[in-house]
Design a protein around this ligand. Sequence first.
Ligand code: COA
Length: 258
Amino acid sequence: MTDWETIRYEVDDEVATVTVDRPDKLNSLNVATLEALQDAIAQAEDDDVRALVLTGAGEKAFIAGADISYMKDLDTPEAQAYAELGHDVARSLETFPAPTIAAVNGYAFGGGCELALACDLRVAAENAVFGQTEIDLGIVPGWGGTQRLPRLVNDEVARRLILFGDRIDATDAHEYGMVGEVVAHDQLDARIDDLTADLAAQPKFAVAAAKEAINAAHETSLESGLTYEKRVFSGLFGTHDQREGMDAFVNKRDPEFE
Ligand code: COA
């Protein structure tokens, strides 16, 4: 286990868990914590894990957003630098070469909601509360919320959340398609363990290729996305897992992926 001051990092069975550990400030993200988060994600990439889980320490919060006491006196260039850092962290989750899961165990406001949106999957505890609340502070989402939220939920929902700063519970977030599932608070860890164990048993290169191709669907034209898919599909032929998966099927046995 590695510790930065406000980030805990551990790897177990090829699954990295990154915990924002600043519970007295509801895991809000000051510059040092964001930088440590970026380092922890880079460490997980070096460790070649098969899944990464992002969560928050304590009983109340996933991440209550960017640090408002830090932001309040920033000028435009300083705000730009803070936005760059938050965007870099979000992008690192989005492009991480294995699936990322936000285990949303409480408040996910502002930048916390945006980092959850940048993960591949979101599992919410029943006590989770989501919100792009920046409008209440006289600003707009600055770590990707205006771009990722409308790609995830319908446009009207995204506009309402961003324009009114509504705080919504886990059930509504699920109904809007912001989270994949809602579980009892005391079941969150067990559910994450199940999901990550399943992911860790999947063929690694195919999982990475699938993630890249799905990301491309949000970022390119249909034509270039389809071209991209053909390339990643054919590129998997000849890999151990492709040979193994198909041989197992024709010989009626379970595959053993790398
Ligand atoms: N930035 C900095 N500090 C924050 C914070 C944030 N985003 N969110 C919470 N904190 C701090 C509080 O200032 C408080 O610190 P203090 O004990 O030194 O006064 C501590 O965390 C606990 O928060 P508190 O507001 O007392 O807890 P609560 O249970 O009454 O309310 C929230 C919880 C999440 C509803 C409330 O803290 C809140 O609305 N936070 C801001 C959320 C937000 O707008 N985030 C988007 C930022 S872009």
